[in-house]
Design a protein around this ligand. Structure first.
Ligand code: GAR
Length: 193
């Protein structure tokens, strides 16, 4: 059984989609949820699903001991699902090619510091773009710059609001993120329980 550790700062709809997918499909379990925000909706999901969680402040997040704490869960992948802090180099090095992120736009457009959630959709609409999408990528030392794994596109209508563009993007995410994780796990060496 593969172990997945999810990092999330917000509502947690992607975390929920991943949990639901693997409950049905089997083969992986979300074993830990890490959040930087005590009031994040994702922690209600963790409680409801009986998944252990860890709340970190900036200091704990950047402390080397976090590597050991997470290593105890033996994750095949660390999955960022709406997590807003930059991942420290100690984690990137310890879990090289095992940390993935989802971004709600077609990187390299609309990426980088400050570009998250609705800020991204606002910028896409302000530029009058007729297309947006999602990017799933490996995490390296720079924000939103690791190698791409998958992009999926969607249309943007002239009358779109931030809210309905965000909804369309979330629907893409909820389908493609769990399926991409399943694909990546299928490339790992066989795990005996
Ligand atoms: C998602 O749309 C995700 O792509 C985005 O935050 C949202 C979290 O939603 N991530 C970023 O913007 C990262 N730069 P959720 O909490 O409902 O899963």
């Amino acid at each position: 059984m593969h172990s997945l550790v999810i990092f999330a700062s917000g509502r947690g709809s992607n975390a929920q989609a991943i949990i639901d997918y693997f409950k049905k499909a089997g083969g992986a379990n979300v074993t830990l949820i890490v959040s930087n925000k005590e009031s994040a909706g994702v922690l209600d999901i963790a409680r409801a699903e009986n998944i252990p969680f860890l709340i970190v402040d900036k200091q704990a997040f950047n402390d080397h001991s976090l590597v050991e704490k997470i290593a105890q869960y033996k994750p095949s992948l660390i999955v960022l699902a709406g997590f807003l802090w930059k991942i420290p180099n100690s984690l990137v090095t310890a879990f090289s090619n095992q940390i993935i992120n989802i971004h709600p736009a077609l990187l390299p457009m609309y990426g980088g510091k400050g570009m998250y959630g609705n800020h991204v959709h606002q910028a896409v609409l302000a530029d009058g773009k007729r297309e947006s999408g999602i990017s799933i990528h490996y995490v390296n030392e720079a924000y939103d710059e690791g190698s791409l794994i998958l992009q999926a596109h969607c249309i943007v209508n002239a009358e779109d609001t931030v809210e309905n563009l965000a909804d369309r993007i979330h629907r893409l995410e909820h389908f493609f993120y769990p399926n991409t994780i399943a694909f990546l796990l299928s490339q790992f060496p066989e795990k005996l329980d």
